[in-house]
Design a protein. Structure first.
Length: 310
C-alpha cells in the first residue's frame, strides 16, 4: 500500500536534503581539496547520526515497526553502496581524476542519483501494487545478482570508456583532451566543449543506475511503504561520498564484504519470492543481515590476505 504520509512530510524531507546539499557544497566544501581519511570518517559519523535521528523520528511518528523497517532498509542500502564505492575508485583511477575534484563529481553524481532513485522507487512499488507477480521477478533478480556478486571478477573487467553515454557524448560533444580543474564544460575560443570531468560524471551516474536495480528491490523486499523506502535510500546515498573517501583509505578491510553482500541479496531475494507463503519478521531479517555483515567484516580482518609472490 502507498504511504499515508502527508504532503508536508515529503516536502520537509526534500527541504532537508536540499539544505544539507547546499551546506555541503556551498559552505563546508566551497574550496576544492583532497578529503583526508579523518575528515571522511567524521562526515560518515555526521551522516549516520542524522540518519539515526530521523530513524528515531520515524519510530515516534509511525511506530516501532516502521522504525525497524527504516533502519533495516538504511543498513542494507548503505552496505550495498560499498560496492558502488569500489567502482568509483576504479573510475577515478582510470580517468586519473585529481583528488581535489573527486568530491565535486560525487556531489553532482549523487544529486542525480536522488532524482533517479525517486523515479525507480515509485515505479517499482506501483508495479508491485498493480501486478503482484512482479515481486517474484524482483526476487529472482536479487538471487541472480547475489550469485553473480559472489563470483570473482577480473581486475581489468571494467572499462569506463565503453560506457554507452560516454560514447554518445564523444559523438555529439567536442571533448577537451585535458581536465580544466573541476569544470564540466569550458568555452575555448567561444565554442562549448565538455571536459573529461563531464565524462567521469556520466560514468558515475550510469553506474549508480545499475546499482539501483539491485538495491531498490532489496529495500522494497523489506517494506513497501514508499516514504520509508525513499528516505532510507536517500540517507544512505547522502553518506555515499564520505563512505567513498573512508573506504578508499581502508579498503583492505573489506576483502570479504562482497561475499556478505551476495548472501544478503540472495536472502532478501528468497524472502521476496516466498513472501506469499512465509512472513519473516523484520527483527529476524535485521538480525540475519547484521550477522552476515559482521561475519564478512570479521573474516576480512582475521583471515590474512594471500599476496602473490613478486
Amino acid at each position: 500500500m502507498f504511504s499515508t504520509m502527508p504532503w508536508w512530510a515529503w516536502a520537509g524531507f526534500l527541504a532537508f536534503v536540499a539544505a544539507m546539499l547546499a551546506l555541503d557544497l556551498g559552505v563546508f566544501n566551497r574550496k576544492s581539496h583532497a578529503v583526508s581519511l579523518r575528515e571522511a570518517l567524521a562526515w560518515c559519523a555526521v551522516w549516520f547520526g542524522l540518519a539515526m535521528a530521523f530513524n528515531l523520528l520515524v519510530s515516534q511518528r509511525m511506530g516501532s515497526q516502521a522504525g525497524l523497517e527504516f533502519f533495516t532498509g538504511y543498513i542494507v542500502e548503505l552496505c550495498l553502496s560499498v560496492d558502488n564505492v569500489f567502482v568509483f575508485i576504479v573510475i577515478f583511477q582510470y580517468f586519473r581524476v585529481d583528488p581535489r575534484y573527486q568530491h565535486r563529481v560525487l556531489f553532482w553524481g549523487i544529486l542525480g542519483a536522488v532524482l533517479m532513485r525517486a523515479v525507480f522507487i515509485f515505479a517499482g512499488i506501483s508495479l508491485i501494487n498493480r501486478f503482484h507477480w512482479i515481486i517474484y521477478v524482483f526476487g529472482a533478480f536479487l538471487v541472480y545478482t547475489g550469485i553473480k556478486l559472489a563470483i570473482p571478477k577480473k581486475a581489468d573487467g571494467f572499462e569506463p570508456e565503453k560506457n554507452p553515454l560516454v560514447k554518445l557524448a564523444r559523438k555529439f560533444l567536442p571533448v577537451t583532451p585535458e581536465f580544466h580543474g573541476g569544470h564540466f564544460f569550458v568555452r575555448p575560443h567561444g565554442k562549448l566543449h565538455a571536459t573529461p570531468m563531464f565524462l567521469v560524471l556520466l560514468v558515475v551516474e550510469t553506474t549508480d543506475v545499475m546499482f539501483a536495480l539491485d538495491s531498490i528491490p532489496a529495500v522494497i523486499a523489506i517494506t513497501r511503504n514508499e516514504f520509508i523506502v525513499f528516505t532510507s535510500n536517500i540517507f544512505a546515498i547522502l553518506g555515499l561520498r564520505s563512505l567513498y573517501f573512508a573506504v578508499s583509505g581502508i579498503m583492505q578491510l573489506f576483502r570479504y564484504l562482497n561475499i556478505g553482500l551476495a548472501v544478503i541479496l540472495v536472502f532478501v531475494g528468497f524472502k521476496m519470492i516466498a513472501s506469499q507463503y512465509v512472513s519473516v519478521p523484520i527483527h529476524i531479517s535485521l538480525g540475519i543481515i547484521g550477522a552476515v555483515l559482521a561475519a564478512s567484516i570479521l573474516a576480512s580482518v582475521m583471515i590474512p590476505s594471500q599476496r602473490k609472490p613478486e
